[in-house]
Design a protein around this ligand. Structure first.
Ligand code: PMV
Length: 310
């Protein structure tokens, strides 16, 4: 018997980094997915498509083993399973590829063992792998990948689903540079140590911006939401999360007519999240490609993790 699960990746709309320090953040599930198949085996084995089973991939897959161990210990089943991972999410690009993987692993495993887990439980198990990779992660990534749609998230509180009629279109542009979330979290945390008063003020304002951004999103006021994104990028740049390439990309997107743009996720490279003007997305993607940037559009909301027996 085999169980499958698919989890979406994510984009943080506002509040990344500050969420690690207790602020509210707004995040959306994004339509690119990680698929995981789980089946009974002689011993625990983890395979990831596109990676050879050498030492480095063993190290890479160790966080997945942590999720398997945690869930099997707590739910009392044997962890002798084969986990097969196929990802359509670029790694190290701020789109939560590791969170989507961990969520899909927890979900597929529960399905294989005949257990129905609430999405908050799936996120809790997935967090064992996220912490192993990123160190001090807030938990927003695993929560949005598990829940889907759009959420307001604050550490220690139940994620709040943001609901609205219809759908909204965004553009995700790859800067082409991979980076480590852990390094970026450490860099921004040093700003907190250096300027505690200033950082506290910025974290408060990130919460306020996230509330405001959620309202703009619900009302479909994309122009105003865009302004909030561009402002958020400037703040993230101030605390060390941006790079000259990301700043240039944000400027380019604004010059090409987007309502707003910002880095998304940890920054330091990775992706930029932008709001295209109505009817301009296809031309924008072509223009970006001619300048060497890969991009794709995503419709929000999209569903969270789902699992089935196959
Ligand atoms: O770049 P990603 O996809 O790993 O997102 C990290 C988001 C942070 O706010 C920087 C960290 C976190 O755990 O919230």
């Amino acid at each position: 018997m085999k169980a499958c699960a698919e989890a979406p990746c994510k984009a943080i709309i506002t509040g990344e980094h500050f969420v690690v320090h207790g602020a509210w953040a707004l995040a959306a599930a994004v339509e690119r997915k990680v698929r995981v198949e789980a089946s009974e085996a002689e011993e625990l084995a983890i395979e990831s498509e596109g990676h050879r089973p050498d030492d480095s991939s063993e190290k890479r897959l160790a966080p997945v083993a942590k999720v398997v161990t945690k869930i099997s210990e707590e739910l009392r089943f044997n962890p002798r399973v084969l986990i097969r991972i196929t990802s359509h999410v670029p790694e190290g690009s701020g789109l939560g590829s590791s969170a989507a993987t961990m969520v899909a692993v927890a979900s597929a495993l529960a399905k294989l063992k005949g257990m129905e887990l609430a999405t908050s439980e799936v996120a809790r198990y997935a967090m064992a792998g996220e912490t192993a990779i990123h160190g001090k992660a807030s938990g927003i990534d695993v929560n949005i990948c598990a829940t889907g749609g759009v959420i307001m998230y604050k550490m220690g509180e139940e994620a709040k689903k943001v609901r609205f009629a219809g759908s909204r279109r965004f553009l995700i542009v790859q800067s082409g540079t991979k980076r480590s979330t852990r390094t970026l979290i450490d860099r921004v945390s040093q700003m907190k140590v250096k300027y505690p008063g200033l950082f506290a003020g910025l974290a408060d304002s990130a919460s306020f911006i996230s509330e405001l951004a959620a309202t703009r999103l619900v009302n479909g006021d994309m122009q105003e939401l865009g302004r909030l994104l561009t402002y958020s990028h400037a703040v993230l740049s101030t605390v060390g999360a941006s790079t000259p390439t990301l700043d240039k990309l944000v400027d380019l997107l604004l010059a090409l007519g987007c309502y707003g743009a910002k880095l998304t996720g940890a920054g330091g490279g990775g992706s930029v999240f932008a709001i295209p003007r109505e009817g301009s997305t296809d031309a924008l993607i072509t223009e970006l490609k001619s300048r060497g940037y890969e991009s794709f559009q995503t419709n929000v909301p999209t569903g969270g993790v789902r699992s089935w027996l196959g």
